[in-house]
Write a protein that binds this ligand. Structure first.
Ligand code: GLA
Length: 450
């Protein structure tokens, strides 16, 4: 590991553009209560169903979440000193898209849109969580986790399962959850739920499991329990993040280090296209399969190739005829994207923002034309940004097929970009965008007690 992660107290985020507060993580639905989870007190025979009602909290003030838990949860009132608030950030990837599962490089940052759980530890091995936004409750028992249910609690149950597989002791809790990470926007609210859960299930030992291991446990939860075949980027960013820096992760060696952002020269703006991420899971898996098929073909003549990470642009060119056109284009994106990550890191260190902007532009064009994971909405959002004075670079971020763009802008140009997006994007697409001025923030940790 290049650098030891440092746990800093987190300042409650100021969200200058007042995002709509969304408390339900990605992939979630209000179905949990309807499903009547096994063991859910509301679903036991004879129990009167409790109608879920939103719980008023101020998303910018973790104290209100803590007070709401004390009000609603007898366990919390019985031992207020044991109550904790954990937080896990969302993430935005600056560059290095679809490289993590090819053992390449990524450069994401944890951001100050975050998910929080106020919790009272429980001795009975039961995990019960209420979503503040809806009042919906879901639960499971640590000694009978069972298979996935198809709802948001899977991310928590999967994390408990993966902790057990890794031999990390977990204990139950009663929690209240709130989040400012927009849902289904590609800012990894699911990884945030996994990491916050891991911390909640293991705290106070949580801080004792090293952060990279914690990220890998959460990735395993998502791969093997929830059933989403993601790489390590999201969990790593949200575990290893440090305020003011992005995280450079080598997805082969798992070496990583913080990369300070030249904050006197640039700001991060995330624009949500508001477009549904249709087919994102099947298309994501299809891209992975194409990369793996290309590696299998290349290995027939060079068994030292284990992943696209081992292929240089020159090597790829020399075997052009052995791959079909589409597979070749996919590989070309990955191989060149890895180099763009390293070029961006060097350019950030030199505060050479023109080069960073060029890398962003090349990355977006490559994702659009070669990897084919952009969308008309993402392209429109990037076009609008690039036409706005003071924007240094802009590209789609995350898996694609909808979701968000990330833009690097000169200080003072944030409002101009917001106004341009709010004015032009609806006219071009008929959709309502959301604009977030974000800061690179610390990874998962405790807010309270301080
Ligand atoms: C999603 C996955 C990540 C990564 C990106 C694409 O966010 O969860 O592991 O593959 O897509 O870069």
């Amino acid at each position: 590991m290049y650098g030891a992660a440092r746990l800093r107290l987190h300042r409650a985020p100021g969200l200058p553009y007042a995002p709509r507060v969304t408390n339900t993580p990605r992939g979630t639905s209000a179905e949990t209560s309807r499903h009547g989870l096994p063991g859910d007190p509301d679903s036991s025979p004879g129990a009167r169903p409790r109608r879920p009602a939103p719980i008023a909290i101020d998303p910018a003030d973790p104290g209100t979440l803590l007070r709401a838990l004390l009000e609603m949860e007898p366990l919390a009132r019985a031992d207020p000193g044991a109550v904790r608030v954990v937080r896990a950030p969302g993430r935005v990837n600056l560059i290095g898209e679809h490289t993590d599962y090819n053992e390449g490089f990524v450069l994401p940052a944890a951001i100050d849109l975050e998910l929080r759980i106020a919790l009272a530890p429980a001795r009975d091995g039961r995990v019960e969580i209420v979503l503040a936004e809806t009042g919906e409750r879901a639960a499971f028992d640590l000694d009978a986790i069972g298979p996935r249910r198809g709802t948001w609690i899977d991310y928590v149950a999967g994390t408990a399962w993966a902790l057990r597989e890794a031999g990390v002791p977990a204990r139950g809790f009663r929690g209240l959850l709130a989040s400012t990470i927009p849902v289904s926007a590609g800012l990894s609210s699911s990884a945030a739920l996994e990491l916050a859960s891991a911390w909640a299930l293991t705290e106070p030992a949580g801080g004792a499991v090293d952060r990279l291991t914690l990220a890998r446990i959460c990735q395993r939860a998502e791969n093997a329990y929830v059933g989403v075949n993601c790489g390590l980027m999201d969990q790593a960013a949200e575990s290893l993040g440090q305020a003011g820096s992005a995280v450079l992760l080598d997805c082969r060696t798992l070496d990583w280090r913080p990369v300070p952002l030249p904050l006197d020269r640039c700001r991060l703006v995330v624009c949500d296209t508001g477009s549904p991420r249709r087919l994102s899971t099947s298309q994501y898996n299809a891209r992975r399969a194409q990369c793996e098929a290309a590696v299998a073909e290349l290995r027939t003549t060079d068994p030292s190739i284990r992943a696209l990470r081992d292929v240089t642009p020159g090597m790829l060119e020399s075997i052009r005829g052995r791959l079909d056109d589409e597979t070749f284009r996919r590989c070309e994106h990955v191989v060149r994207e890895d180099q763009r990550v390293l070029d961006t890191v060097a350019a950030l260190a030199a505060a050479d923002l023109a080069t960073v902007g060029r890398c962003f532009a090349e990355s977006h064009a490559s994702l659009r034309d070669l990897y084919e994971v952009s969308s008309p909405e993402l392209d429109a959002m990037v076009d609008i940004a690039l036409d706005t004075p003071g924007v240094i670079g802009s590209r789609m971020t995350g898996a694609g097929f909808g979701g968000c763009t990330v833009s690097l802008v000169e200080p003072g140009a944030e409002a101009r970009l917001r106004d341009a997006v709010l004015d032009q994007y609806p006219r071009r697409t008929g959709l309502t965008p959301r604009v977030f001025l974000v800061e690179a923030s610390d990874g998962v940790g405790l807010i309270a007690p301080a």
